[in-house]
Design a protein around this ligand. Structure first.
Ligand SMILES: [Mn+2]
Length: 403
C-alpha cells in the first residue's frame, strides 16, 4: 500500500492564510493522486476554534477528496474513543496540539470525522484494506508532553496480527527537542509497530525507533520563520511493499534567511546593505518569496535602532516579497558602554569573595554574633572546600573559642 503522510497543514494560519489553504490543498490533492491512503498526524487547523470561513476551507478540501474513487477503504474501527466510523474513505487523521480541547469536549478535527469527511483515529485504531493487504493505524491525538507516558499506559496500543502496523502521534520526544527531562524518549513509544509517524515538528525528520522507521514530514506551510525552515515543504510517500519512502515537494512559497554583520556602522550603511541584499535575493527567487534579513553587530556611536528607516524598505518591496528585518541582535555601543560602566563601577572593584564577606558580616550583625567571633577566620572556614561535617566541627570550635 502506498501511504502519504501529510502533516501540520495549519489551515487558517493568519499571517499566511492564503498560503496555508493553497499549500494544504495542493499537498492533499497531490497525495490523493499518488497514494492509496493519506495519514495526517495532527494540526489540520491552526486554531482550536477556527472562523467559519476557515472551517469551510477545510470542508471544501476534504469533501473533494472524499468524492474521489479510492480503492483502499477503512474496514475496521475500534470504538474505545466512543466515536462511530462515519466513512470508509482512507484518510485517517488525529487531532494535534492546535486542535486539542478539554477531555470529553468536541474538537474541530473531530467534527470533520463526525461529518464523514475523514476518519478521526485519535485514541483509536483504524484498519485500512486494499487487495487483501491490511494496514492498521493506531492514533494518539496530541496530549500535553508530561501526560504522554500516562496516556500510553492506559491505552496500551498493540499491533494487530496479520496487518502492517503504524503508530501515529503528534508529540515532541527528547530525541527531537532535548530541553526537558520530563518529556518521553523515542524508546518509550510502544513496541511492535512496523512504522512510527509523527507531526508537531515543522521540519522534516527521519529517524529510527525500535529498529523501525520514525518519519516526520514537517508542515506544509511556513509558520516560524526560523533558519531551519528554509527547506522545501511537502509530504512523505511510504510504500509498505518494499518498506521505502520518499519526499514529495509541493509548490510552497520560498523562504530565505540572510544574516548581515556590522561593526559600529552608521544607519546609512546598514540600510544600503539591506537594500542590496534584498535586490540580490529578489533577482534569484521566483514568485513572491518571504525574505528575512537578520542584522547583527553594532551601530555607530550616537545612533539608536530607531534611526534605521527599514520600514520604508519593507513597504517599498511589499508587492515583490514579504520582507522581515530582524534587528533585535543589533547592539547600540552607547547603551552597551553604559551597562558596562555600571557593572564595572559597582562589581568589579570588589571581588566576589569581598562581596560575600560584606554580606556575611551583615548576617553576623543581624544575629548579634559580630563581637563573639573572628569573622574573617570563620568566613575562611565556611568557604573551605571540605566535607560539611568537618566545616561544622571547625566552625563550632571557633565559636567556642570566641575572640
Ligand atoms: Mn503544528
Amino acid at each position: 500500500m502506498r501511504i502519504a503522510i501529510v502533516s501540520d497543514l495549519h489551515i487558517g494560519y493568519e499571517r499566511f492564510e492564503e498560503d496555508a489553504f493553497r499549500q494544504a490543498r495542493e499537498a492533499l490533492e497531490s497525495a490523493s493522486r499518488i497514494a492509496d491512503a493519506i495519514l495526517i498526524p495532527g494540526d489540520v487547523f491552526d486554531k482550536r476554534a477556527p472562523k467559519p470561513e476557515v472551517i469551510a476551507q477545510a470542508i471544501n478540501i476534504f469533501k473533494e477528496l472524499s468524492e474521489k474513487e479510492w480503492k483502499a477503504a477503512v474496514v475496521e474501527y475500534d470504538n474505545r474513543s466512543g466515536r462511530k466510523l462515519r466513512t470508509t474513505v482512507p484518510i485517517i487523521a488525529i487531532a494535534g496540539t492546535h486542535e486539542r480541547t478539554a477531555e470529553g469536549k468536541e474538537n474541530v478535527l473531530g467534527l470533520l470525522g463526525l461529518a464523514g469527511l475523514l476518519v478521526d483515529a485519535s485514541e483509536a485504531t483504524a484498519v485500512l484494506e486494499l487487495d487483501k493487504e491490511r494496514v492498521a493505524v493506531f492514533g494518539l491525538g496530541g496530549v500535553s508532553e508530561e501526560r504522554v507516558k500516562e496516556v500510553l499506559g492506559v491505552l496500551d496500543p498493540k499491533p494487530i496480527a496479520g496487518a502492517f502496523n503504524i503508530f501515529m502521534m503528534h508529540q515532541s520526544t527528547y530525541e527531537l527537542l532535548p530541553f526537558s527531562s520530563d518529556i518521553i524518549h523515542n524508546e518509550d513509544l510502544p513496541k511492535g509497530f512496523d512504522l512510527y509517524i509523527n507531526g508537531h515538528i515543522h521540519n522534516r525528520v527521519e529517524m529510527q525507533v525500535h529498529g523501525k522507521k520514525f518519519l516526520i514530514p514537517g508542515s506544509t506551510v511556513l509558520t516560524q520563520l526560523k533558519d531551519g525552515e528554509q527547506e522545501r515543504k511537502g509530504f512523505l510517500l511510504f510504500d509498505t511493499k518494499d518498506y521505502s519512502h520518499r519526499f514529495v515537494p509541493i509548490n510552497s512559497r520560498e523562504f530565505v534567511v540572510e544574516h548581515l554583520k556590522f561593526e559600529e556602522a552608521p544607519p546609512k550603511e546598514i540600510v544600503s546593505r539591506c537594500e542590496k541584499t534584498l535586490e540580490k535575493l529578489l533577482s534569484q527567487k521566483d514568485g513572491k518569496p518571504i525574505i528575512k534579513i537578520v542584522v547583527e553587530g553594532t551601530l555607530a556611536r550616537g545612533f539608536t535602532n530607531t534611526d534605521l528607516p527599514l520600514r520604508n524598505l519593507i513597504s517599498r518591496n511589499a508587492d515583490k516579497a514579504v520582507v522581515e528585518i530582524d534587528y533585535s541582535k543589533l547592539k547600540n555601543p552607547d547603551v552597551e558602554k553604559g551597562v558596562e560602566e555600571v557593572r564595572s563601577g559597582t562589581m568589579d572593584s570588589m571581588s566576589i569573595k569581598e562581596q560575600g564577606m560584606v554580606l556575611f558580616l551583615a548576617k553576623l550583625k543581624e544575629h548579634k554574633f559580630e563581637n563573639r567571633v573572628d569573622a574573617v577566620t570563620l568566613f575562611e572556614v565556611l568557604s573551605k572546600e571540605q566535607s560539611k561535617e568537618k566545616t561544622i566541627r571547625e566552625a563550632n570550635e571557633l565559636l567556642e573559642k570566641g575572640i
